[in-house]
Structures are given as structure tokens and as C-alpha cells.
Design a protein around this ligand. Structure first.
Ligand SMILES: Nc1ncnc2c1ncn2[C@@H]1O[C@H](COP(=O)(O)OP(=O)(O)OP(=O)(O)O)[C@@H](O)[C@H]1O
Ligand SMILES: [Mg+2]
Length: 246
């Protein structure tokens, strides 16, 4: 479904993404791991069209979207992608609720009643009921992160790109979001590409790719058939991380 073909990106003459190839199937939950500065956020921004490739191609559903101009990209993103940014990118002048419904109000695909009820369900799920009518500036880091997370799911996107969506969360809230992701992917056939430093979160994915200096240097395919497997997967991820960082 998502095909990255020989993609390259330099920033200020430094190679950040180095001739990278990656294929992600529909319905797959893929995690990208790697040291700070290895190019993970840059890679997600390229897939989401927020940065332009220097060369290579990005093909989604047989469309070469890397050829899109900025406007077409913006339309495509609104309709098909949910993005959770590392720095949240919430609108400071709005409340929690207003931030969450904002993309759906622009897309205008669902009725106001449906948008409202979905937002309220997600707000409850993410433990944000008390924060619903607060201004975004009044929220803690972890609360803002949960707002950014559920906003990305509001338009039922085909693709979710999430940059460390549990980075500021405690174990319980991370667990809630992981359960939500698994359920949403299953029900809607969504495709998820997530960057994380957390091996517990990564252990829930179908595949984990390890990035170093803008290249994928190894890959794990995880078996998620049982709870016992989850613990083994955490071990596998941690061992692989140790290998690539030492
Ligand atoms: N706009 C920019 N200007 C200059 N350098 C940049 C810019 N964006 C990214 N870089 C550099 O590119 C490299 C990769 O950045 P990127 O944000 O993709 O890393 P990352 O793997 O997401 O790291 P982290 O785990 O810390 O979030 C870094 O060395 C960073 O300093
Ligand atoms: Mg990053």
C-alpha cells in the first residue's frame, strides 16, 4: 500500500535519509526505531508530504504522491492521513475539544452530531474529560500528547503516522492508546507507521524497522499470537536496539 522507493533527503548538505526503501502493507502496524538524530521524524514528514524528497518516489495506493504539489498534498492528507507530531502541533487559541474536532470540521465528511459524539467518546477513552473545555495552554505535556493522538483518528484516516505518540505518557495511558490503536486498525483496516523509543510499545507492532544514519539496517517481524509472545517480543526489540546503538 505504501511504497518508498530509493528516497533521499539532505538537509543543509547533510544526508538525512539515504536511499531508503520500504514497503508497508494495508492494515500493517509498523514501528520505526533508532537513535536520536537517525532521521525518524524526517522520514515520517517525507511520507506525510510535509517535507519534499530530493529524489526517489513515494507511492500510496498506486498513486505517485511524491509528485503532488503542496495543495494536492494538503487535500490528500486531510482525507487520508492522521498525523501525530513529535511536538504535537496543537492550536493554542483553542480548547481541547475544539482542537480535536478541527480537522473534521474542515473535511466536512460527517455530520456535526457524529463528529461531536466521536470526539466525546475519544475524550473519555483518553482520560481527558476534565480537560475538555480547557485551553490547550493549560494542559500538561502528556495531556497535549493525548489530544494530538485522538485528533489524528477523528477523520477515520487510512494511514496514521505517529511520531513518539507515547513519549510523554505513563504506562497506563500508553497501554490505553496501544489498545485503541490495535482495535482501530482491526476495525477500519488502517495502516500505522509509528516512531517510538519504547520497546513495550514496539512489541505490539507487526514489524519493527531499525534506522541508522538514514538507512534501514535491520528488521524484526513479530508474532503477536499470545500474551507470552508479547514479553518475548519486548526482549527481541531490546536486543536489536542494543545491537544497533552499540
Ligand atoms: N530543519 C532542519 N534543519 C537542520 N537540521 C535538521 C532539520 N531537521 C532535521 N535536522 C537534522 O537531521 C537529523 C535527523 O533529524 P530527525 O528529527 O529526523 O531525527 P530523529 O531520528 O527523529 O531524532 P529524535 O529521536 O531525537 O526525535 C538530525 O541530526 C537533525 O538535527
Ligand atoms: Mg524525532
Amino acid at each position: 500500500m505504501i511504497n518508498l522507493q530509493n528516497i533521499n533527503k539532505k538537509i543543509e548538505d547533510r544526508i538525512i535519509i539515504d536511499n531508503l526503501n520500504l514497503s508497508v502493507k494495508k492494515g500493517e502496524f509498523v514501528v520505526i526505531m533508532g537513535k536520536s538524530g537517525s532521521g525518524k521524524s524526517t522520514l515520517l514528514k517525507l511520507i506525510g508530504g510535509l517535507l519534499k524528497l530530493d529524489s526517489g518516489r513515494i507511492i500510496i495506493d498506486k498513486m505517485e504522491i511524491s509528485k503532488f504539489d503542496t495543495n494536492r498534498w494538503a487535500d490528500y492528507r486531510l482525507e487520508n492521513m492522521g498525523i501525530v507530531f513529535q511536538d504535537f502541533q496543537l492550536l493554542d487559541v483553542f480548547t481541547t475539544y475544539e482542537n480535536i474536532i478541527f480537522p473534521s470540521k474542515i473535511l466536512k465528511k460527517e455530520s456535526n452530531d457524529i463528529i461531536k459524539s466521536k470526539a466525546n467518546t475519544y475524550i473519555k477513552m483518553a482520560n481527558l474529560v476534565r480537560e475538555k473545555n480547557k485551553n490547550i495552554r493549560e494542559l500538561s505535556g502528556g495531556e497535549k500528547q493525548r489530544v494530538a493522538f485522538i485528533r489524528a483518528f477523528m477523520n477515520n484516516p487510512k494511514i496514521i503516522l505517529a511520531d513518539e505518540p507515547t513519549g510523554s505518557l505513563d504506562y497506563k495511558n500508553s497501554q490505553i492508546l496501544i489498545d485503541f490503536i490495535s482495535k482501530s486498525i482491526k476495525e477500519l483496516g488502517q495502516t500505522m507507521i509509528m516512531v517510538t523509543h519504547d520497546s513495550y510499545v514496539a512489541a505490539n507492532a507487526d514489524k519493527v524497522y531499525f534506522l541508522k544514519d538514514g538507512q534501514i539496517i535491520s528488521k524484526l517481524v513479530l508474532d503477536k499470537s499470545s500474551n507470552e509472545r508479547l514479553n518475548e517480543n519486548i526482549d527481541l526489540v531490546q536486543k536489536e536496539l542494543l545491537k544497533i546503538t552499540t
